[in-house]
Design a protein around this ligand. Structure first.
Ligand code: ADP
Ligand code: ZN
Length: 607
């Protein structure tokens, strides 16, 4: 019953939007019609002139000089004139570029004795309106177009597309897998939204703002919607980037409108996604930064200005809480932070279970195994995998989704689509084969890297090939040894190119980028450098941190990163030099078969 009512309300809102759109379409159509009429009248008008009773201006002047013009008929404000020539019945039309000069010329000739009768008429009203309309038509059209665009962008209007989206969420906590503790913490907010009076009477202080921190796709929006759904209150959402897009100076007014609306429909949830887009640390800069400052200031004003009796909870999501302006985190604002981590094995299985609902699976599918194979995946990616698997199964005309469909969907989601259409030259193929073989052989000699799942030179997404590792266990900590070995494995591709082909290519750029980042993190984030000791330097959080420690320290970090990478590269080369036969063999099998499974790989290196 209640759901039906919600439905009606939604429909009515939809209808309102549609009516507005219709109105603008109508407006544009009317203007277009006017334009068409005006153009046709103009064409008919000029068309008449074009019949062979026209005379060119130079001809006209010649006729005047020769004294053959009897009479001239002019219309005020028009350059089109009628001329009667001697001995001719029919009047001729002509266009004079400068009417004033023309009149003077005729007066001059008349004074000279060459009499020309001049008749000046006032304008025909019918044509004058159209002339006038015609003149302002472009302006009108531009203005109309501008208005339509503005309306579409939601410029200062209530029924706009860019408006904060209000929905009645039907999502419940049961739709959110895992995250038990987080849901527990949110329960008090749900209670508060349901029965605010109880809390006010008790004098309890409820958090007004909650910051949800976590990578994209971990379910921050989902949990915010679930709170609204559980409490049966409306959910208003807007993305931080929407506040600052499009028109400058609009951010602050959008924030104001958002909260005006929230106050009207309270109790409700306001959800601001990507809050870092507006809430980054304030600077004294200009331009875009000032714009951000105004938007952020407005947000602070709004959050401080809640009446004690207003039941609005503001949830905001970010992936970079350390970037946020400290003022946002003060009491009464976003004073509670909840971190939403990547799902663990159990969480992944539960997420898969939720998204498996309504899908048909073959006997060989085991969601637990898939959960085991997808360490590091977000909820959004897992949902996406099952959807992709269902699509693949349909295309392949399977009765139900098979294990293979899911495996391929995992690959598709991780490394992008298989691009079989791309034609690869033999030279490129050889290079890629050695590169990937290099990763694989080097990895196989390293304790923490040796679990190889698949080596391939089939291009996927941006990568020319890939070496995939088995990821069966959930790791909470990564050891220094593992990170060092990861560096060696990453540089194995470049090392193989150098050793086998005596040349290096751009194909290793991503490996090198990742390796450099790992080395940097090891030294400046995890304090793993023997030389520099346990220290954390986060220049993103505080750009001046390095200055504090001194130039020498900065130089030492650079030197240390270089040593780490050089060492890893040397070790990768050493491993390959000692296993040239294996490298050649794997590369050749790759060139032949393009893909090597873990079993085949084991077999090749054991031979
Ligand atoms: P975020 O806001 O953190 O970027 P979303 O909440 O938009 O992520 O998540 C995107 C989608 O991923 C959700 O709509 C849902 O389908 C799926 N998802 C993410 N986390 C979970 C979860 N814990 N349980 C179920 N589905 C999830
Ligand atoms: Zn590589």
């Amino acid at each position: 019953m209640e759901e039906e009512k919600e439905q009606n309300q939604n429909n009515r809102q939809e209808d309102g939007k549609k009516n507005k759109i219709k109105l603008y379409t109508l407006l544009v159509m009317i203007l277009a019609l006017i334009a068409i009429i005006a153009v046709s009248i103009w064409l008919i008008n000029t068309g008449n002139n074009k019949e062979n009773n026209t005379i060119s201006y130079t001809d006209l002047i010649k006729q005047i000089e020769e004294g053959k013009v009897e009479k001239v008929e002019m219309t005020v404000g028009s350059t089109s004139i009628k001329v009667k020539l001697q001995g001719q019945e029919e009047e001729k039309h002509a266009i004079v570029p400068n009417t004033q000069a023309f009149v003077e010329l005729i007066q001059e000739k008349t004074l000279e004795g060459n009499v020309i009768e001049l008749e000046q008429k006032s304008q025909n009203i019918f044509f004058s309106i159209f002339d006038y309309l015609f003149a302002i038509l472009p302006t009108l059209l531009i203005v109309a177009l501008f208005i339509v665009i503005m309306k579409m962008q939601g410029f200062g209007d209530k029924g706009k597309v860019y408006d904060a989206e209000t929905t009645k969420s039907k999502i419940k906590f049961d739709d959110v897998a895992g995250l038990e503790e987080e849901k527990g913490e949110m329960l008090e907010i749900v209670d508060f939204l349901k029965e605010p009076k109880k809390f006010y009477d008790m004098g309890a202080k409820i958090p007004r703002g909650v910051l949800l921190c976590g990578s994209p796709g971990t379910g921050k929006t989902l949990i915010a919607k679930a709170i609204a759904g559980e409490a049966k209150v409306p959910f208003i959402s807007m993305s931080g980037s929407e506040f600052i897009e499009m028109f400058a100076g609009l951010g602050a007014s959008r924030v104001r409108k958002l909260f005006e609306k929230a106050k009207k429909i309270a109790p409700c949830i306001v959800f601001i996604d990507e809050i870092d887009a507006i809430g980054s640390r304030r600077t004294s800069g200009s331009g875009a930064e000032t714009e951000n400052n105004q938007t952020l200031n407005q947000l602070l004003v709004e959050m401080d200005g809640f009446d004690t009796e207003e039941t609005i909870i503001v949830l905001a999501a970010t992936n970079r809480p350390e970037m946020l302006d400290k003022a946002l985190l003060r009491p009464g604002r976003f004073d509670r932070q909840i971190t939403i981590a990547l799902p663990d094995m159990k969480g992944r299985e539960e997420i898969l279970k939720i998204h498996a609902k309504g899908k048909k699976f073959a006997q060989d599918v085991n969601l637990k195994d898939i959960a085991g194979d997808t360490a590091g995946f977000t909820g959004a990616e897992l949902a996406n995998i099952l959807n992709e698997a269902a699509i693949l199964a349909t295309i392949r005309k399977h009765e139900a989704i098979t294990h293979e469909d899911i495996e391929d969907a995992v690959k598709k989601v991780t490394v992008g689509l298989e691009r079989q259409s791309r034609v690869i030259s033999d030279k490129d193929k050889k290079l890629t084969a050695y590169h990937e073989a290099g990763h694989a052989i080097v990895s196989s000699k390293l304790q923490t890297q040796k679990d190889i799942k698949e080596v391939s030179i089939i291009p996927r997404g941006m990568a020319g090939g890939y070496t995939m590792y088995k990821t069966n266990e959930d790791k909470y900590y990564i050891s220094k040894t593992e990170m060092e070995e990861k560096l060696i494995a990453l540089l194995g591709g470049r090392a193989a190119e150098k050793i086998a082909l005596n040349d290096i290519s751009t194909g290793a750029s991503n490996d090198i980028e990742v390796a450099t980042q790992i080395a940097k993190d090891m030294i400046t984030k995890y304090g793993m450098s023997d030389n520099l000791g346990p220290i954390s330097i986060n220049t993103e959080k505080d750009p001046y941190e390095l200055q504090l420690l001194g130039d020498k320290f900065g130089d030492a970090i650079g030197a240390e990163i270089k040593i780490m990478l050089d060492n890893a590269y040397l070790q990768a080369q050493t491993i390959l030099a000692n296993n040239m036969n294996q490298l050649n063999k794997v590369a050749h099998v790759l060139m032949e078969k393009e893909v090597i499974s873990s079993e085949e790989f084991e077999k090749i290196i054991k031979e």
